[in-house]
Design a protein around this ligand. Structure first.
Ligand code: 5AD
Ligand code: SF4
Length: 474
């Protein structure tokens, strides 16, 4: 990895990249309205912005009110069974709307579309369109087909599609933070995970188009970008031709950080097997690359990690945590944990608990194992941990995480945090909220001298488990 280069004519080439981007605003309105709702990971939310852009090119305007929509899309998640159930329930509400308005087009996009393919049309008769994550460019044709009275399906996965040239229409945006997709798919084949089947092979997007998109966002007033991929650390893009230039994730982080020191850079998700010291040094080198890493552990036990096909063991994970602590002083770390994976014993579960004691995560997403059809685990191992045991283990780690979240928050009291103001706090328009460098939500009183999109220094006075509370100081 050490011999990879950063392209040197970044600025000019970035501008060229910008010229390549489609300008969605130029299309003529066709009088039809699109409503799109997203479930699951940030990548789905980001994909919905690409879908909105592709359809804006064909004159569709987006609406946030589905009762006035001509096209309703639901961008779905298959990661756990309950995610799919939630989508099905919501779909029932949309199909009621379709009974009232037979001209309404109802479409299912994303991972559930890819997983169930045309079976979806048999199961949910009122759905008209089923489109997988790599087929969104085909949406205008598919809608035409539905207008002609047919059902339409495209679930082809691609090895190349990155939607690099599409400038996303920012949906539900505060004009300050944006997601930027840097790669698609996943080659990891964790045994519990359906993503490699629904999102296909891993491919990285041209760094010039990424930098161009981020620069454009900055020029339009955005102050934070989150670079998205299932496994950002394996980002790798090589130019073709004679003088091949390869950009890895550490290089990409630097390229984006150099756009402007006032543009904060975040990224998700990292993989313990791939996160290199080079990435950690890049984070430490630039103040505007945030000191926050989401590093899913899944389990603290090496036998379970092996069954999960995570390709690292407990010692390797601890080594990566130690490297983060060594190279990036004051870095927040969050994680994902699964309880009750196939054959997990109480002792093995205790290893997960002790990992939480070791790292003292700032935040964690915790789940009970949910068997997904077609995955390696579903094929190879029995889902043999009783529901109550999965739940008991989950309850235990949730309580443990509450303690550590509070511990991490309390440790910030008396410190001054640099906060990017995002808007009013959820509870009161007398307070603003924004995130610290370490990704903690910070609440402080509204003042005359600062507004959303600006940075302020906030002295932290108290905290809950999830929020820091303080006042602005100079
Ligand atoms: N069951 C439970 N949790 C899962 N995840 C992925 N697949 C499953 C599954 N089958 C969790 C992992 C992953 C996160 C996005 O979702 O922790 O990191
Ligand atoms: Fe799923 Fe593993 Fe890929 Fe994450 S890295 S998307 S958990 S297969």
């Amino acid at each position: 990895m050490m011999d990879l280069l950063i392209p040197d004519k970044t600025h000019d080439e970035g501008r060229q990249g910008e010229a390549l981007m489609l300008k969605a605003e130029t299309a003529k309105n066709n009088g039809r309205k699109l409503y799109i709702e997203s479930y699951g990971c940030a990548m789905n939310f980001s994909d919905s912005e690409i879908v909105a852009s592709i359809l804006a090119e064909r004159g569709f305007e987006t609406t946030t009110d589905y009762s006035i929509a001509d096209v309703i899309f639901i961008n779905t998640c298959s990661i756990r069974e309950n995610a799919e159930q939630r989508v099905r329930n919501r779909l029932k509400e949309f199909t009621v709307a379709k009974v009232k308005n037979p001209g309404l087009v109802v479409g299912v996009l994303g991972c559930m579309a890819e997983r169930l393919k045309s079976k979806f049309l048999e199961e949910e008769k009122l759905v008209d369109v089923v489109v997988g994550p790599d087929a969104y460019r085909d949406l205008p044709n598919l809608i035409d087909r539905v207008d002609d009275g047919q059902k339409a399906v495209n679930v082809l996965l691609s090895r190349e599609e990155t939607y690099a040239d599409i400038s996303p229409v920012r949906l539900n945006s505060n004009g300050i933070n944006a997601f930027v997709s840097i790669m698609r798919g996943c080659d990891n084949m964790c045994s519990f995970c359906v993503v490699p089947f629904t999102r296909g092979r891993e491919r990285s997007r041209d760094p010039l188009s990424i930098v161009a998109e981020c620069r454009d966002l900055f020029d339009r007033g955005y102050r934070e970008v989150t670079l998205l991929g299932q496994n950002v650390d394996s980002y790798k893009y090589s130019t073709t031709g004679e003088d091949v230039i390869t950009t890895n994730f550490a290089n990409l982080l630097e390229l984006v950080a150099l756009i402007n020191p006032d543009l904060r850079v975040r990224f998700s998700t990292s993989h313990p097997k791939d996160i290199t010291d080079d990435v950690l040094y890049a984070i430490n080198k630039y103040d505007n690359i945030c000191n926050y890493i989401h590093l899913p552990v899944q389990s603290g036990n090496s036998r379970i990690l092996d069954l999960m096909n995570r390709t690292y063991d407990r010692d390797w994970y601890i080594n990566r945590i130690d490297a983060i602590r060594r190279i990036i002083p004051d870095c927040a770390i969050s994680t994902d944990v699964i309880t009750g994976f196939c054959s997990e014993t109480d002792e093995e579960h205790k290893d997960t608990v002790s990992m939480m004691d070791y790292v003292k995560y700032d935040f964690a997403y915790m789940f009970k194992y949910s068997e997904r059809p077609g995955t390696l685990a579903a094929k190879r191992y029995a889902d043999d941990i009783p529901e109550e045991v999965k739940q008991k283990r989950l309850t235990e780690i949730v309580a443990k995480q509450q303690e550590y979240s509070f511990y991490r928050m309390q440790a910030r009291i008396g410190r001054v945090e640099r906060v990017l103001i995002e808007g009013f706090s959820k509870k009161s328009d007398k307070d603003y909220c924004g995130r610290s460098d370490q990704n903690a939500m910070v609440i402080f009183p509204v003042g005359e001298n600062y507004k959303p999109g600006q940075y302020v220094n906030v002295l932290i006075e108290r905290s809950t488990t999830a929020t820091l509370i303080g006042k602005v100081v100079d």
